[in-house]
Design a binder for this molecule. Structure first.
Ligand code: ME8
Length: 513
């Protein structure tokens, strides 16, 4: 498993298809998409996977409720998660379903490797099981007799079970995170993981006999695998492991919600080490926070679940993508409100960015024959202004590599404001009559800056930026090309299409009423 420098593998959690996808699940996928698109722009060969987690008691019960077999039920439901790709404009290359044959085989290989290495043994188990979380809890862990994780009911279960020797990995994991703290981000989440590892780490029950909707345990008649063992292995199935063919994309960067951090940064690296992977081959995990809606927890019973489809139909995909990444620092909890979405769209997109593009491009259409105006001699202010854009690309890259999307956007908007200030200071309209070359030059300097803005924003708002690219007469460039270009990014005299506004103002709800 070599680690080729220009390859990346980015994953979303695989979702339980037990209801329609909501804002929360669309959010992880969106963040992963922006990261994947940015890496591609930065010259990386990217694998990006998402999918559905289709086994376990929760899905078996959901199917029974609808009078369907589990397979018929997940076949029906999984499609709705696939639909997130067009709904949010997601560029995943693989959508994995854990009921697919190739994945079930990989999960069995994982099991066998752990067993051969002596990390699996048989015993019996009794405890409080929460179906919603697909997790066992001890009496002490319960909060008011319910799951400490989700607050959902638990039921007493007793069964013969296989166990995974998680306890054997406690020291190794502590040592790992001591040496490579960057593997769990943000920092606060690493502290949570360390807190868990410093306590008593018990072996975990990894098979079930009380139902059969799961991957059969190899040579373990009557047992199906615990759904998390099956689910986590999906990340390797996608690359065809244990076949080495695509393993140069490994290790992955896993984007997950904060509620499933322990599975990804304790169970999963322990499984990987148990199956023979080295410390260098362990993945990076980034845990984001949770969305509430107008201050409330999102829930079916409250009827406040935000449907990504309705939202993007109403506002457009790019606006929703921008808002979700800009409003709340990735990693923090955040509150969703349509009022804020409208405010942000109007201030950041319509006023600051859209107006800037439109002011410059319409002046060019009117006064420069609709062609890329010629660049003259750069003065000190021009040079400083343009250098700011080269620096911006590096800063955006740094923030996106640490999944600080809101900081990347801050950096870009600082340049949007700088461009507005440059235009106000240079007043190109004043030179229209007596010095049209100077006017053309100022507009061209602005356009050069726009090329960098458009490319760094491309991952966030691909559709709008594709339109702006045509108005600027620029095609796709890698970020390296932009940073290393000596001189200009555009061609003097290239014909430009008639520009149109890209971000119209949205009428606030109270005005509409
Ligand atoms: O946990 N805000 O699947 P899942 C933000 N199958 N994110 C939210 C959210 C909210 N309000 N609600 C849910 C599973 N999420 C497993 C994963 S991976 C090998 C197996 C996020 O469908 C949540 O944090 O219950 C999680 O990352 C994701 O949705 C999937 O949740």
């Amino acid at each position: 498993m070599s680690q080729a420098s220009k390859k990346a593998y980015i994953t979303t959690p695989i979702y339980y298809p037990s209801g329609k996808p909501h804002l929360g699940s669309a959010y992880t996928t969106l963040a992963a998409d922006i990261y994947a698109r940015f890496k591609r722009l930065d010259g990386f060969d990217v694998k990006f996977s998402t999918g559905t987690d289709e086994h376990g008691l929760k899905l078996q019960r959901a199917a029974e409720k609808e009078g369907l077999t589990p397979q018929a039920y997940v076949d029906k439901m999984s499609g709705m998660f696939r639909e997130i790709e067009p709904i949010m404009n997601i560029s995943a290359h693989t959508f994995i379903r854990t009921t697919e044959d190739y994945h079930q085989k990989t999960a069995q290989v994982m099991w066998q490797k752990l067993e051969e290495a002596g990390y699996i043994y048989k015993d019996s188990y009794a405890g409080w099981y929460c179906i919603s979380d697909e997790s066992y809890y001890t009496e002490e862990e319960l909060v008011d007799g319910k799951s400490p994780m989700s607050g959902h009911p638990v039921e007493w279960m007793e069964e013969e079970s296989y166990f995974f020797k998680l306890s054997a990995f406690r020291e190794k994991l502590l040592d790992l995170y001591d040496k490579r703290p960057e593997l769990v981000q943000p920092q606060g989440r690493l502290n949570e993981v360390l807190g868990f590892l410093k306590g008593e780490v018990r072996d975990i029950s990894i098979s079930r006999t009380t139902f059969d909707w799961g991957v059969p345990v190899p040579n373990g008649p009557g047992h199906v695998m615990y759904v998390w063992i099956d689910a986590l292995t999906n990340y390797l199935s996608v690359l065809g492991w244990p076949n080495e063919e695509n393993m140069d994309y490994w290790p992955a960067t896993h984007l997950v919600g904060k509620d499933i951090l322990r599975f990804h940064s304790v169970y999963w690296p322990a499984m990987l080490m148990g199956a023979g992977l080295t410390e260098e081959q362990l993945p990076k995990v980034y845990a984001h926070g949770w969305w509430t809606v107008d201050g409330d927890k999102m829930s079916k019973s409250k009827g406040n679940v935000v449907d990504p489809e309705t939202l993007t139909e109403q506002y457009g995909r790019d606006i929703v993508r921008y808002f979700l990444m800009r409003e709340v620092p990735f990693g923090n909890d955040g509150d969703f409100s349509e009022t804020r979405l409208i405010e942000r769209t109007n201030s950041d997109l319509a006023n600051a960015l859209g107006n800037l593009f439109q002011r410059v491009l319409s002046m060019i259409a009117k006064n420069c024959e609709g062609k890329v105006p010629a660049l003259g001699e750069l003065d000190a202010a021009d040079t400083e202004f343009l250098n700011g854009f080269k620096g911006m690309v590096g800063d955006v890259r740094m923030h996106i590599d640490s999944l600080q999307f809101h900081k990347a956007l801050d950096v870009i908007w600082a340049r949007v404001h700088a461009a507005n200030a440059y235009m106000d200071a240079k007043e190109p309209w004043k030179h229209k009559k007596e010095n049209p070359e100077l006017m053309a030059h100022i507009l061209r300097v602005l356009m050069e800056g726009f090329v960098s803005i458009v490319h760094t924003l491309d991952a966030f708002m691909p559709e709008s930026m594709a339109r702006v690219k045509t108005f600027l007469g620029t095609t796709d460039m890698t970020l390296n090309q932009i940073e290393n270009a000596d001189g200009s990014l555009l061609t003097d005299g290239a014909e430009l299409p008639k520009p149109e506004g890209v971000f119209p103002r949205i009428q606030p709800k109270e005005e509409a009423a």
